[in-house]
Design a protein. Structure first.
Length: 94
């Protein structure tokens, strides 16, 4: 049985991202897809569903609530320290 192939635009609508994002992630090797011709790219829905399960962050089957969020720093300390701004006696000081 042959599975229907999805276009880049269809995948973008399905994932809720732009077609450019789909192309960028495919070029980076993050999305499974097939180049059928120089300007024809197609995706199998079943492979995308498997990919989605692999990148799931939280929820059932994702390792529980402690699963890391993509691009989250492993260091829990804040990366910037904010110092208080001294009062310079502006208009409110009159």
């Amino acid at each position: 049985m042959s599975e229907r192939l999805l276009t880049t635009r269809q995948v973008a609508l399905w994932l809720g991202v732009s077609p450019e994002t789909v192309l960028r992630r495919w070029r980076a090797g993050e999305l499974p897809g097939y180049r059928l011709a120089s300007n024809v790219l197609r995706f199998r829905e079943s492979e995308l569903e498997t990919w989605l399960e692999g990148v799931r962050v939280n929820g059932p089957g994702a390792g529980g609530e402690g699963a890391p969020v993509p691009f989250q720093s492993p260091d829990p300390r804040p990366s910037l320290t904010v110092a208080p701004v001294p009062d310079r006696g502006g208009e409110d000081a009159r």
